[in-house]
Design a protein around this ligand. Structure first.
Ligand code: HEM
Length: 323
């Protein structure tokens, strides 16, 4: 008590400054831990999982949406939930995201469940990391321990999203470079691309590969290309499954499709096109357990991507806006 009484007004201000300074990237994200919420909010993980399970039971596509949201969050200024912020100039308006990224309302539901369990405790970035893991395991994929303790950004940058996210027309060297720029290896890139074992893509993203405008020598199975052209018609907004074999199951069907030259996106097929990743794709195609183990490890590594030092951070109450 005596000690508390000696805290003067200036020293209180100093303490406040010090604690605010700690809520920047350097202090806040250094020590992600699987035990972060053990005392702070033991009910967090079950709360998030039930919200995700409800959404995936109603629509398996919700699981794919959550997984992609996490990738698009982590690749743009680290895993800081910046992708969830509404507003002009934010990441939601970036080329790879606008009219395409989905599942925001599922994150809202998971965050509401987290707030009900422990008000103000869990960041949107952690809720999204848990939701992505739960989505994968609910769709039949691997599970892993999520390292936690992320904080949320107060701002989002459309330009950063446009600059950081690889596009579906990318060749293998630029895919490798985009992941290398985030400290992830070519092997991580190939394993993480296995996320395309679930979910859908709009015709606009693969029409050129399947159609008359295909690049000379585009590696595509002719029957598959004809099917895609039929499915798309004139409508660029129609969708096709990224994994035609088992569209809603998280398995290694994506890699089997690549070996048969039935990858949906040009960037998918680039992983099996006579280049450095062919052997790994063949391995994942015949050994689902090897893919599952590598995917889980790579998701942990992607989840470690941190905001730049000095970024102002907080635990947002509403994932769509800063506090
Ligand atoms: C390697 C580079 C990648 C490229 C070029 C790429 C590109 C794309 C494109 C163009 C779509 C379809 C979007 C649309 O039509 O609206 C898509 C969907 C998807 N991507 Fe990727 N992606 C990549 C890596 C990843 C990674 C690393 C993950 C997750 C770990 C991921 C998860 C997904 C999922 C789950 C979907 C389906 C989403 C849904 O159904 O809503 N992608 N991706």
């Amino acid at each position: 008590m005596a000690a508390a009484a000696t805290v003067t007004a200036p020293s209180r201000a100093l303490l406040l400054m010090v604690s605010l300074a700690l809520l920047t990237a350097a202090g806040a994200t250094a020590a992600l831990s699987t035990k972060y919420y053990n005392k702070r909010c033991p009910a967090l993980q079950p709360a998030v999982r039930s919200a995700v399970a409800r959404a995936v039971a109603a629509d398996p596509g919700a699981g794919a949406a959550l997984l992609r949201l996490f990738f698009h969050d982590c690749f743009v200024n680290g895993c800081d939930a910046s992708v969830l912020l509404d507003g002009d100039g934010g990441e939601k308006g970036a080329g790879p995201n606008a009219g395409s990224l989905r599942g925001y309302e599922v994150v809202d539901a998971a965050k509401a469940a987290a707030e009900a369990a422990c008000p103000g405790a869990a960041s949107c970035a952690d809720v999204l990391a848990l939701a992505a893991r739960d989505a994968v395991s609910l769709l039949g994929g691997p599970s892993w321990s999520v390292r936690l303790g992320r904080l949320d950004a107060r701002a989002a940058s459309r330009d950063a999203a446009d600059a950081s996210l690889p596009g579906p027309g990318s060749g293998l060297p630029s895919l490798v470079a985009a992941f290398r720029a985030k400290g992830l290896s070519a092997r991580d890139m190939t394993a993480l691309s296995g996320a395309h074992t679930v979910g859908r893509a709009r015709c606009a993203t693969f029409r050129a590969r399947a159609g008359a405008g295909a690049a000379p020598g585009e590696a595509i199975n002719a029957t598959f290309a004809a099917q895609l052209r039929g499915a798309c018609g004139a409508d660029g907004a129609a969708v096709a499954p990224l994994d035609a074999v088992t569209p809603d199951a998280f398995d290694n069907g994506y890699f089997r499709a690549l070996v048969e030259r039935r990858g949906l996106l040009h960037s998918d097929q680039e992983l099996f096109s006579g280049g450095s990743q062919d052997a790994l794709v063949r391995r994942y195609a015949r050994d689902g357990a090897a893919f599952a183990a590598d995917f889980a490890r790579a998701m942990v590594r992607m989840g470690n991507l941190a905001p730049a030092p000095g970024t102002p951070l907080e635990v947002r109450v509403n994932c769509r806006r800063p506090n």
